[in-house]
Ligand binder design. Structure first.
Ligand SMILES: Nc1nc2c(ncn2[C@@H]2O[C@H](COP(=O)(O)OP(=O)(O)O)[C@@H](O)[C@H]2O)c(=O)[nH]1
Ligand SMILES: [Mg+2]
Length: 316
């Protein structure tokens, strides 16, 4: 398929073209760039939901349950899962009792797992491109699932219109993180696995931790779910819609979008710099420099100058 055919196929919502476009974008060649340039102006219609949380909290299960809920309401949904343990493969869900198989042949559902390449970034670009492609393909809702840690969390905050944090009984760390102010405050907090003991206590602790956070026009809703059985999923979605309504009413939607895009563009720029740098560093040269620094002939900052081809102001 040529880039033009891929673009045409994506705009027509054809699955094969959508898959091809994501692969092209991921390989970061000229074709991928051409596809993204053509698709970018055609997006902006999808509601982008970020689902974040620790491994095992139930993000994938909740995503699958949301797909069922949204399809029943006649809305189309795509999921991008940036989760190394994602149970989604080829549009199906493996294991447990989650069944998306009935959606396997449903054109209104598209699921894509992405490798969270730990090395040298690339995650922001890959995720942003996948979301933009699915948006241009016309999906009503695009869900991005990521393990909530470090850069992933920043990206979800930057790219999503509403961020849902999934916790389960035993997630005490999250409460400490909220209290310490080191966690980005999500828009909706789902306490999943409420069939397990401790869910009510956790919900109470989260509510009280949130009172320590200065409100920014929106106090996150705390919703109890049992995603595996679909319980509370309707309420979780209602909370997402309330958050969207609040953004519209308060006029903060534009500001949020701009703020998110600033962060996303910064991530993209950093990723590109990291890639350029990786291409520039020669392995043998790095070995030689390391030996010189270890041997005290060169100090680390001067070695870095040499790698980057710059000179420090003192030397200049
Ligand atoms: N008991 C219970 N288990 C659940 C519930 N939701 C998900 N699980 C299970 O928790 C495990 C992790 O779920 P998964 O969705 O893969 O979590 P993720 O890593 O956050 O995406 C799976 O074995 C699920 O079946 C729930 O509401 N109750
Ligand atoms: Mg998962």
């Amino acid at each position: 398929m040529t880039p033009e055919q891929v673009v045409e196929g994506v705009l027509a919502g054809r699955r094969r073209a959508i898959g091809r476009a994501i692969t092209m974008a991921e390989s970061r060649g000229n074709d991928g760039r051409a596809v993204m340039r053509a698709l970018h102006p055609r997006g902006g219609h999808a509601l982008r939901i970020g689902i974040t949380g620790s491994p095992g909290a139930g993000k994938s299960t909740l995503s699958a349950a949301l797909v069922r809920h949204l399809r029943a309401a006649g809305r189309t949904v795509a999921i991008v899962s940036v989760d190394p343990t994602s149970p989604f493969t080829n549009g199906a869900v493996l294991g447990d009792r989650i069944r998306l198989v009935d959606h396997f042949l449903d054109d209104g559902v598209f699921i894509r797992s992405m490798a969270s390449r730990g090395h040298l970034g690339g995650l922001a670009e890959a995720t942003g491109d996948a979301l933009a492609i699915l948006d241009a393909a016309g999906f009503d809702v695009v869900i991005v699932e990521t393990v909530g840690a470090g850069q992933n969390e920043v990206e979800v905050q930057a790219l999503a219109h509403t961020v849902v944090l999934v916790l389960m009984p035993g997630s005490g760390d999250a409460i400490q993180a909220i209290k310490a102010g080191v966690m980005e405050i999500p828009d909706v907090i789902v306490i999943n696995k409420c069939d397990r003991p401790g869910a009510d206590i956790l919900a109470g602790e989260v509510e009280s931790a949130l009172t320590l956070v200065p409100p920014d026009g929106w106090v996150p809703s705390v919703i109890l779910t049992q995603a595996l059985e679909g319980q509370g999923v309707e309420e979780a979605w209602a909370a997402v819609e309330r958050h969207q309504e609040n953004l519209r009413q308060s006029g903060r939607a534009d500001e949020r979008a701009r703020d998110g895009m600033r962060r996303h563009l910064t991530s993209l720029a950093l990723e590109r710099l990291a890639r350029d740098l990786a291409e520039r560093i020669d392995d043998a040269r790095l070995d030689a420099l390391a030996d010189q620094v270890v041997g005290r002939q060169v100090d680390p900052a001067t070695a870095v100058d040499s790698i980057l081809g710059t000179t420090t102001s003192e030397e200049a």
